[in-house]
Design a binder for this molecule. Structure first.
Ligand SMILES: Nc1ncnc2c1ncn2[C@@H]1O[C@H](COP(=O)(O)OP(=O)(O)O)[C@@H](O)[C@H]1O
Ligand SMILES: [Mg+2]
Length: 591
């Protein structure tokens, strides 16, 4: 987000209405929160009568000889103190309890929602940005629910209650004080506004700089390999300088704000004492009343001073909530948890691409697939070949319904994929992708990702079928071997075989291999090839391959170029055709 956007952002009515959705999350705990509010009222009320009682104490002291009265009031003061401390304890305890439970619910909902959003949502979002939604934005809510809101309410009680109590004591002096106070309030409001805006800007800049750290560390190997440490340092330096500058600007304002408050506050105090003394001289008020009056003035002045800060936090909270709730406006994919498939939901493996065209949502002017027309028979082996960038991986993504075609459609056993429930469809396909992602954890967990409830025997069997058991069993810890954050301790071929084991375990009707043998040496390739051949029996397999030798026995070879199917047939047929396929295979044999 550009700096200007943040500064321009205002609290709007629809924004506030969206904010109200947050209440949905607090609702289950509303009684508890309400009780906390009562305690808050209690403790704020107690702090309000404090100056009043102190004033009375002074008055009795002034009249002299009323020792019993003095002791009585001192006792009341102590009781008020005890009440206040008890109220504070329960207020904080209850608010924190509600906040923690609400946040847990909200975190879960946000994550659950996020994970179900379609791929096109993730295409134009950065991981760091989304991460901060779930972590820092929610932490701001925590702050709001536990302290900010409470502080805000307490401040209002003190201002309204304090002024009322002062009026009862002396209307004249209160009116005099109120003539000075609004001036301070208005100026404080203006100050607060600027501070608020700058805080918001700083927040966005911090998020920006965090993104750099996150992405750099994620790709640390590339950073080092390209000796781009200094490039990244410079990038980060610029961002952190921005943050510092905003922070310093903010600091100047805060400093000015605080001197202004000191001046305003002490000025007001001097004025009130001056006016009060003249009233004291004419006998219109008592000494104790003036005493409590001065304390109230300090009290209220300080409260107003703190209001700008609380207001800034409220604003921040509203901004964070709006950002967070924005995610909830995105429509998720209709994924569902499947127990068992109904007989009519079981796929037989027939696939048909019908006049299918596709562009990625982020590049709608560039047609990646163009009028694809393909028929794939159940249990057949189909090979997709073609130069890189031809659109092979994209075809596979569409098959998994990670994206929707721009035109045309895909049918499974003659049924439009739009009418097959998404989870039913995906649960019967498995892919060994081009970029294998291993989760941080054990090898066992990574294989079991294909079927999270699989038994040990099944996992071992899958590893064996994938020719992965041979190397796994050589690790001292076997299946329990930890793979690094991105599986760095394993070679490309080993990772590939783990991914294949994962696919085997899922036992899909449709198996997709996206260049599954490309990063292997010839020995591992033979092992993987061997594994794949076992694996392909009894299912439809779609194999994308660079090495044409691996796909000779395919029932059908589709040659893709610039998003179009340019040739189609068996190995022998295509060699006779003297086209792109023959070209590619001759190049390879020459190599
Ligand atoms: N997520 C994406 N967003 C936008 N364009 C993409 C995306 N993925 C791939 N492309 C583009 O689509 C075209 C086909 O890519 P891809 O299907 O990965 O080719 P292949 O697998 O045949 O090498 C390329 O021009 C590529 O730049
Ligand atoms: Mg590809």
């Amino acid at each position: 987000m550009a700096d200007d956007d943040i500064l321009k952002r205002k609290i709007t009515l629809p924004g506030l209405r969206r904010l109200f959705k947050l209440y949905h999350y607090i609702k289950p705990y509303r009684w508890e929160y309400g009780l906390g509010l009562i305690f808050l009222l209690g403790s704020s009320g107690a702090s309000l009568i404090f100056p009043k009682l102190l004033g009375e104490l002074v008055d009795y002291g002034n009249k002299s000889g009323l020792g019993a009265e003095i002791n009585r009031i001192a006792l009341i003061l102590i009781l008020v103190l005890i009440a206040q401390s008890v109220f504070s304890y329960f207020r904080i305890f209850l608010f924190v309890r509600v906040a923690e439970k609400t946040l847990a619910d909200l975190r879960q909902s946000a994550f659950n929602h996020l994970i179900r959003l379609p791929m096109k949502f993730f295409q134009h979002r950065r991981v760091g940005e989304l991460n901060s939604r779930i972590s820092s934005d929610i932490t701001l809510l925590q702050d709001a629910l536990t302290t900010t809101l409470a502080e805000f309410i307490r401040q209002i009680i003190i201002i309204v209650g304090g002024i009322s109590l002062m009026m009862v004591t002396s209307l004249k002096l209160t009116l005099f004080m109120l003539m000075i106070l609004p001036v301070i309030m208005i100026l404080a409001g203006i100050f607060g506004r600027y501070i608020r805006k700058l805080s918001k800007l700083a927040q966005a800049q911090v998020a920006d700089s965090n993104t750099i750290v996150e992405e750099t560390l994620q790709g640390i190997q590339s950073v080092k390999a390209f000796t781009n440490e200094f490039f990244e340092m410079a990038r980060y330096r610029v961002k952190t300088m921005d943050i510092a500058q905003t922070g310093i600007r903010n600091g100047k304002l805060r400093g000015a704000f605080s001197s202004f408050i000191i001046l305003g506050l002490f000025g007001a105090m001097v004025a009130v004492i001056w006016k009060g003394s003249t009233l004291l001289a004419t006998g219109e008020i008592a000494t104790g009343e003036l005493f409590s009056f001065v304390i109230y003035t300090v009290f209220i002045g300080g409260t107003i001073g703190g209001m700008a800060d609380v207001f800034a936090r409220v604003q921040k909270f509203i901004g964070a909530t709006e950002d967070l709730l924005e995610i909830f406006n995105e429509v998720p994919e209709p994924v569902e948890e499947l127990k068992n498939l109904l007989p009519e939901q079981i796929l037989h493996g027939g696939i048909r691409f019908e006049q299918l065209s596709f562009s990625y949502p982020t590049r709608s002017d560039f047609q990646v697939l163009n009028n694809i027309e393909v028929e794939i028979k159940p249990d057949s082996l189909v090979a997709l070949v073609g130069p890189s960038g031809a659109g092979k991986s994209t075809m596979v993504a569409l098959l998994l319904r990670l994206y929707e075609p721009t035109m045309g459609r895909i049918l499974f056993d003659g049924t439009d994929n739009q009418v097959i429930p998404l989870s039913v469809l995906r649960s019967q396909m498995a892919i060994v992708p081009q970029d294998i992602f291993l989760f941080g954890g054990t090898i066992r967990e990574n294989i079991a990702y294909g079927k999270t409830d699989a038994s040990d025997t099944l996992i071992e069997e899958a590893a064996q079928k994938a020719n992965a058991w041979e190397f796994i069993s050589k690790f001292p810890e076997g299946l329990e071997t930890l793979v690094g954050e991105r599986g760095t301790q394993l070679s490309g071929g080993q990772r590939q075989r783990i991914a294949i084991a994962r696919a085997v375990l899922k036992n899909p009707k449709i198996l997709i291999l996206d260049e599954a043998t490309s990063s292997l040496d010839s020995e591992s390739e033979r092992l993987v090839q061997d594994a794949l051949e076992k694996l392909m029996k009894g299912r439809t397999s779609i194999v994308i391959a660079h090495r044409l030798s691996t796909i000779r026995q395919a029932d059908q070879i589709l040659v893709l170029d610039h998003g179009r199917i340019v040739e189609q047939g068996t190995h022998e047929e295509l060699l006779k055709d003297n086209g792109l396929y023959r070209n590619l295979s001759e190049l390879q044999f020459a190599g």
